[in-house]
Design a protein around this ligand. Sequence first.
Ligand SMILES: [Ca+2]
Ligand SMILES: [Ca+2]
Ligand SMILES: [Ca+2]
Length: 467
Amino acid sequence: MVAQAASINDGNGKEWRQLTETSGLTWSQVAQIAPQDGVTAATGSIGSRNLTGWVWATEAQVATLFAAWVPEILNSPTLTVAGPAYLTPASQFQSVFQLTQHVKGCPTYQPCFDFRMVAGWTARSDQSLSPMEGAVIVSADDFMPTASFQVQPANGNAASSIGVFLWRPTGLHTGGIHANDDTGQSPSPSGGVAVNVLANDWLAGARPTVATVALSLVAPAAPGLSLLADGSVVVAAGTAAGTYVLNYRITSLANPTLTDDAIATITVRSFPLVAVADQGYAAFAAGGTPVANVLANDTLGGQPATTAVVRLSQVSTTNAGISLNVSTGAIQVAPGTPHGIHSLVYAITELANPANVAQATVTIRPSAIDAVNDSARGSSKTGGTVIASVLANDWFNGARATTAKVQISLPAALPKGITLNLTTGAVVVAPKTSSGTYVFKYRLSEIASPANFDEATVTLDLSGKSP
Ligand SMILES: [Ca+2]
Ligand SMILES: [Ca+2]
Ligand SMILES: [Ca+2]
């Protein structure tokens, strides 16, 4: 669908569609779906260009539109005014109506040129004549700038540069009420306002408001759609994807016999569902919750996929001890689950569109312990604390290891004269220890899961020699 620019209120009872929206159509194509009486609205589309509800303007109507800028055009038998005097009104017209053609350049040995045109087919009943166009042209060359407003046979302009003059009544002068059809779409997976149906309607030349019209439904709205008093069409969260129509009526508060109906066509979109893999670390012996919520990094339509819009389910797990809480999204590890790397596959399903499903894998690894080797020099004669803590360069799950999570132990007896404080990690040498190089190992175990451990080597140089 071609995005529609704002229409133009001519302040004289008509709103006009931008000609660029219909640029490139041939006169004959338009004539197949648009009456040429200047009164009856067109019905149908040409390709992506929907003309329904718009009236094809006659030559006289286009001339009257132009007259808002150049009143004297109505006195011209050829409905044409031209000359440098029209540069200003033509430029003003072109600041409102988008250009259907713009060419400029500076050829060698010729003045620069800058040709700006807004042109469109007019309707006509006598098809024996050449199709007519309305055009507003600014030719801003260096040599002799000039401009024109003209309603004339379309002989000189490339058809691709021509749009179609289409209008709808605003009710000015007539006091009429005009409800126009709307299109909208749900803005997000959680629904929201798809369109305001009053935004393109008219009452006596002005946009209707809650102060001037009452809104009502002509037929019950589809489930999930509602019409608010201010004209907003609201799509409820979880409404199934599809296209829905809402038939509404506006009634003048000042004169309740004045009513008009229109149809809002609402597209409820199905949004891209993305499930992203998750990881966690677990102490398998003790169990726990290594992932608080697998949905935390998942999205529906670019927004967080919460249980308000998606349903969670567990697809598979490599061990029964690893499971998904489908209410909270938490991954639970049962105490005593075997040490190792486990994975669980889960699925998320869009509540509103059960065909919209995505899957991801959760990987649960043993808590990562990294005991790193230590070395120090010291005096065998005086002894003392040679290493403040063997934990100082060790890691647990990406952070410095502390005795809150890990326990120090010794896989083998220490050499004589060397002690390791299992609470602080300090290595102490007793005075008058034999000189030499001492090497021993220590072990870091996860307190919550002792099967999860790592070992490192401590090297002490008590030789007294310079390095
Ligand atoms: Ca409307
Ligand atoms: Ca995830
Ligand atoms: Ca260490």
